[in-house]
Design a binder for this molecule. Structure first.
Ligand SMILES: NC(=O)c1ccc[n+]([C@@H]2O[C@H](COP(=O)([O-])OP(=O)(O)OC[C@H]3O[C@@H](n4cnc5c(N)ncnc54)[C@H](O)[C@@H]3O)[C@@H](O)[C@H]2O)c1
Length: 251
C-alpha cells in the first residue's frame, strides 16, 4: 500500500469519477475526506469505504467559497491530524447542458469559472498550511481532454479547464519549495454515470473508436495515474499534464 499513513481530501468525491478516486486512495491506505456540495452523496461514499474496513469521513463543501473550503480543511485536520494529498476534482460538468456559446447565460458562465477555477485556488489555499507543516504534499488538479479538441457545447467548461492547467503550472512553481508537487490529471471522455444526461452511448462509443485502446473509458481507468500522482513515486514530477484517454490524443 503506497499511501499508508497519508491523508487525502477529494473534492467532488460524492459521485462519479470522484467517488472512484476516494475508494482507490483508501484502498492504497490513505484516510480520505470525501468532500462534496452534495453532502448526502459524500456521506454515502465515506460509509462504503469505512464499511470495507478503510478510513474515511465526509463533509459538505462549496469549493467556490473561502469559508467553506477553510472548514473542509479543518474537518480533515480534526478527523485525521493533517493533510498530505488534495484532489481538486469538483467541477461544474455533468450538470451542464450542452449549448451554443451565445446561449450560455452570464450567471452560468460565472458559476463555472467560480467552481472549476477559483475553487482550485481556494482549496489549495486551505490545505497548504497543513501540507507545509507535514513537510510536503501532492495536489492533483483534474483537467479535461476537451481543451485539446475545443468545445462541444461547453465553451465555459473548456475555458475553465484550460485555466486548471495554468493554475497547476503557477502553483507548482510557488509550492515546489515546500516539497508540494502540483500536477494536472487529464481524463478523456469517461462514462462516469453522472454524465449520461449530456453524453449518449453513441458518443461514448465514437470516442472509444478513436483510441489506441478501443474501449469506453471508465472511472477505474483513471485511478492508476491518480495514485501515481498522489504517491512518493511522483516526487520529482510537478507542473505536468498527465493525459489518460487510452491514446485518443497525443499531447
Ligand atoms: N466524465 C468525463 O467524461 C470527464 C472528462 C474529463 C474530465 N472530467 C472531469 O472529471 C471530474 C469528475 O467528473 P464526473 O464525470 O464525475 O462529473 P460530475 O459532475 O458527476 O462530478 C462533479 C462532482 O463535483 C461536485 N460539485 C459540483 N459543484 C461543486 C461545488 N461547488 N463544490 C463542491 N463540489 C461540487 C458534484 O456534486 C459532483 O460530485 C470533473 O472535474 C470533470 O470536469 C470528466
Amino acid at each position: 500500500m503506497r499511501l499508508e499513513g497519508r491523508v487525502a481530501v477529494v473534492t467532488g468525491g460524492g459521485r462519479g469519477i470522484g467517488a472512484a478516486y476516494c475508494k482507490a486512495l483508501a484502498e492504497e491506505g490513505a484516510a480520505v475526506m470525501v468532500a462534496d456540495i452534495d453532502g448526502t452523496g459524500a456521506a454515502e461514499v465515506a460509509r462504503e469505504i469505512t464499511a470495507s474496513g478503510k478510513r474515511a469521513a465526509s463533509c459538505t463543501v462549496d469549493v467556490s467559497s473561502k469559508q467553506s473550503t477553510s472548514a473542509m480543511a479543518q474537518a480533515a485536520v480534526d478527523a485525521f491530524g493533517g493533510i498530505d494529498i488534495l484532489v481538486n476534482n469538483a467541477a461544474m460538468y455533468a450538470n451542464l447542458t450542452r449549448k451554443g456559446f451565445e446561449d450560455i447565460s452570464i450567471d452560468e458562465f460565472d458559476r463555472v469559472m467560480a467552481v472549476n477555477v477559483k475553487g482550485i485556488w481556494l482549496c489549495t489555499m486551505a490545505v497548504a498550511p497543513s501540507m507545509r507543516q507535514r513537510g510536503g504534499g501532492r495536489i492533483v488538479n483534474i483537467g479535461s481532454g476537451s481543451v485539446f479538441v475545443g468545445g462541444n457545447g461547453l465553451v465555459h467548461y473548456v475555458a475553465s479547464k484550460m485555466g486548471v492547467i495554468g493554475l497547476t503550472r503557477a502553483l507548482a512553481r510557488e509550492l515546489g519549495g515546500d516539497k508540494i508537487c502540483v500536477n494536472t490529471l487529464i481524463p478523456g471522455l469517461t462514462d462516469s454515470s453522472s454524465n449520461r444526461a449530456n453524453t449518449t452511448t453513441a458518443y461514448l462509443e465514437s470516442e472509444a473508436k478513436q483510441r489506441c485502446i478501443e474501449k469506453i473509458q471508465t472511472p477505474e481507468d483513471l485511478v492508476g495515474p491518480l495514485i501515481f500522482l498522489s504517491s512518493d513515486d511522483s516526487h520529482f514530477v510537478s507542473g505536468q499534464n498527465l493525459n489518460c484517454d487510452g491514446g485518443r490524443l497525443f499531447i
